[in-house]
Design a protein around this ligand. Structure first.
Ligand SMILES: Cc1cc2nc3c(=O)[nH]c(=O)nc-3n(C[C@H](O)[C@H](O)[C@H](O)COP(=O)(O)OP(=O)(O)OC[C@H]3O[C@@H](n4cnc5c(N)ncnc54)[C@H](O)[C@@H]3O)c2cc1C
Length: 419
């Protein structure tokens, strides 16, 4: 019997997007090698809020942000800010972002986000079931809370989500207390998203996927890829140590994908939305992720404590982290969780603070596509605030591209050539 040789595939990036893609491809029988000099999930996928946020159907380019932009430029501790030394570099991205605020663009982008969200949990459950990892997905819904400053918006926001068929209940102060007795009575009401999930450990989830990948025969090379040559087949990928050849290449380099795609001739407007977290100890724990509409951050119950996460900082790839942005979330959490009232920042270890880089395109959509110049090159990056949520469905879509199977979704909104 002649054994069919399966193609060799290189995946650049061992974040959650690369790991899910590599696992799916390895399980299909390809010989997959992941390259990442930073190890497994040490980028954005390490410290995210662990929220499978399928309720987040609206693109970030929202006209209501416009009046807030002057403040973004002067307040380094606001929920959204731009580092002063990065303003000029951020302008081209912001021009496209403003264009994406138009009504037609918002309708188009909301629909494209919703399509990914609709498949997200089904695909996660399938992936996790196949690796005995369903314990990494907790289905308890999530809350978006409203205090005095925003309670008047609750009903309108509820209708906005309902209009997009998001599974949501509007609940009052007493119902909030019943669901989450640890929350302060400063919270006057909430949106309760009933069909969303969370994980209590994004990093252990990644490690579980990586173990399944290696058990299936995949391997990790702990080197960064500096150069790719894709005009000819086989494709050549080069680190500073060695050069390798592959039949196919999948680029999942998150915030760093821009430089790699530029080598193929694509100038993608990928920017970095830097976000922060702070881990705090809890004696009793929340039951589900709780976000604050007033304070613009989220608290997710995790294995090691409560993860306070969020904020957006435009500062590029090289500026140092400003951990005051992690610290400021403790003040907000204390207002919402009385149990934390006496906790002081100096009591927390240094590693409680973290910064990660969300890879964001101005239309809030990822790039899930193949290269027109060489269809053996596949792109899977730019998942902005929803990379955990979209990792399994993105992996499914790129395996369909590679296997030449009909696509689960119409991929036209996610094409690299849209820019
Ligand atoms: C504070 C915060 C909270 C978040 N909360 C959520 C949430 O609750 N839910 C959600 O869905 N999403 C959330 N996100 C977003 C989510 O974390 C990201 O969208 C997701 O992690 C992106 O995954 P990735 O694999 O594309 O990128 P990464 O995890 O950054 O992985 C990219 C990898 O590529 C590697 N790499 C880069 N260049 C090269 C190269 N040349 N050669 C080899 N390797 C390379 C890097 O080392 C890195 O490991 C959050 C993000 C932040 C910052």
């Amino acid at each position: 019997m002649i054994e069919q040789t399966k193609d060799k595939i290189a995946v650049i990036g061992a974040g959650i997007i690369g790991l899910c893609s590599a696992l799916r491809l390895q399980k299909m029988g390809f010989q997959v090698t992941i390259f990442d000099g930073n190890g497994v999930s040490n980028g954005a996928s390490f410290g995210n809020a662990g929220h499978f946020a399928t309720e987040q159907v609206f693109p970030l380019a929202d006209p209501s942000l416009l009046p807030k932009i002057p403040r973004m430029l002067i307040d380094p501790l606001g929920p959204i800010c731009i580092r002063p030394n990065y303003i000029l570099q951020a302008i081209p991205w912001f021009l496209r972002f403003f264009a994406a605020m138009g009504p037609a663009a918002r309708v188009h982008n909301t629909a494209a986000i919703t399509k990914l969200n609709d498949q997200s949990l089904t695909q996660w459950k399938l992936l996790l079931k196949g690796i005995d990892g369903l314990n990494f997905l907790t289905m308890q819904g999530s809350l978006l809370t409203y205090e005095a400053g925003s309670i008047d918006n609750l009903a309108a926001d509820y209708l906005m989500y309902r209009a997009k068929d998001v599974a949501v209940d509007m609940i009052d102060q007493d119902q909030v207390q019943t669901l989450e007795p640890l929350l302060s009575d400063q919270i006057l009401g909430a949106l309760y998203f009933t069909d969303v999930g969370h994980t209590i450990s994004p990093i252990n989830l990644s490690q579980c996927i990586f173990s399944a990948f290696t058990e299936a025969g995949g391997r990790l090379v702990a080197e960064n890829i500096d150069r790719i040559t894709t005009q000819f087949n086989p494709i050549i990928v080069e680190s500073d140590q060695q050069s390798y050849t592959f039949d196919k290449l999948v680029i999942c380099a998150g915030a760093y994908a821009k430089a790699l795609t530029a080598q193929i001739g694509y100038q993608v407007p990928l920017e970095v939305e830097r976000g922060y977290h702070l881990m705090v100890p809890m004696t009793q724990q929340l039951n589900r992720p709780v976000a604050s509409n007033d304070r613009k951050f989220i608290m997710t119950p995790m294995q090691e404590g409560l993860r306070l996460a969020g904020t957006v900082e435009f500062g590029g790839l090289v500026n140092k982290a400003d951990y005051r942005r992690s610290d400021m979330m403790l003040t907000h959490a204390k207002a919402l969780v009385p149990q934390l009232a006496s906790l002081q920042l100096h009591q927390l270890p240094e590693q409680a603070r973290w910064m990660g880089m969300r890879p964001s395109l101005p239309d809030s959509l990822p790039i899930i596509d193949f290269c027109q110049k060489n269809p053996n090159v596949i792109f899977n990056f730019g998942h902005q605030h929803l990379g955990l949520t979209w990792a399994a469905i993105s992996a499914q879509l790129i395996t369909e591209i590679i296997a030449g199977k009909p696509s689960t979704l119409d991929l036209s909104p996610y094409r690299i050539t849209r820019f």
